[in-house]
Design a protein around this ligand. Structure first.
Ligand SMILES: C[S@@+](CC[C@H](N)C(=O)[O-])C[C@H]1O[C@@H](n2cnc3c(N)ncnc32)[C@H](O)[C@@H]1O
Length: 240
């Protein structure tokens, strides 16, 4: 079963997203900053979760948004809480997007691709459902975050916090526990992600490792740690 369909995990994850959180303060604004315009676009949101961003993209003027997610609980919540006239939600794994049989101007994906084992195949599938010069914008957990089997923060003698990084060059599966649930993710080096994009037919236009400003740190003080190790990497690529 997908972790996001586990009742306890799902409830805890939703609670996390209700308060001040990294997604709303740092990651979503970074992704939005890469958008030139939204009006009139047909958008595929891969791993749309409970639909907050699919609905936002629709409110910003998208012609149509298809939000897909592997989790039935996520799609059910999306359908009840983030319903919009031009947004459709569907339970569908990212690995099956070639079944959709439609063309999109923009493929958007927030914090989903590190759950996908064969990222290169997914990027090729995305390339084939994008129109010419279509855009792909996605975020992943930063490779410095996915690397360590036992990544953690420690307090140094001066009270400053340090992050224990290991195994950056050992790509592949990582098993960890989040909200008492086993999560399987895939670690890839930054160069691997960039080279996969290029091999899959994309020109990389922009890469962000978002950092919080003073206002963000005021809202969530532990975000100061982002200056030691960024949590997210965000990519914008154009179909060649
Ligand atoms: C961290 S959540 C992000 C949700 C949403 N994008 C957001 O920003 O609110 C990751 C999402 O990816 C979904 N996911 C994980 N593996 C997937 C896969 N193989 N195909 C589609 N969705 C997947 C999960 O069910 C979950 O909803």
């Amino acid at each position: 079963m997908n972790a996001y369909d586990d009742k306890h995990f799902f409830e805890e994850y939703c609670k996390l997203r209700e308060g001040e959180n990294y997604n709303d303060i740092l990651e979503t604004p970074a992704m939005l900053s890469l958008l030139d315009f939204v009006e009139g676009l047909r958008i595929l949101d891969i791993g749309c979760g409970f639909g907050k961003t699919s609905a936002l993209l629709s409110d910003m003027g998208a012609q149509y948004v298809l939000g897909i997610d592997i989790s039935e609980r996520m799609i059910a919540k999306a359908g009840s809480e983030y319903k919009r006239r031009h947004v459709e939600y569907r339970v569908l794994p990212a690995e099956d997007i070639s079944e959709i049989g439609e063309e999109f101007d923009l493929v958007w994906s927030s914090l989903c691709f590190h759950y996908v084992k064969d990222l290169e195949q997914l990027l090729k599938d995305i390339d084939s459902i994008l129109r010419d010069k279509g855009t792909l914008i996605f975020s992943v957990e930063h490779p410095l975050s996915t690397a360590s089997y036992d990544g953690y923060y420690t307090n140094g003698p001066d009270g400053w916090t340090g992050y224990h990084l290991s195994d950056y060059g050992m790509e592949g599966e990582r098993r960890s526990t989040w909200f008492d649930t086993e999560i399987v993710t895939y670690h890839r080096m930054m160069s691997t992600i960039l080279n996969m994009l290029v091999r899959s037919g994309f020109a990389v236009e922009h890469v962000l490792e978002p950092l919080p400003d003073d206002a963000a740190i005021k809202r969530l003080p532990r975000m100061i740690r982002e200056y030691q190790k960024p949590s997210f990497a965000v990519f914008k690529a154009i179909k060649r």
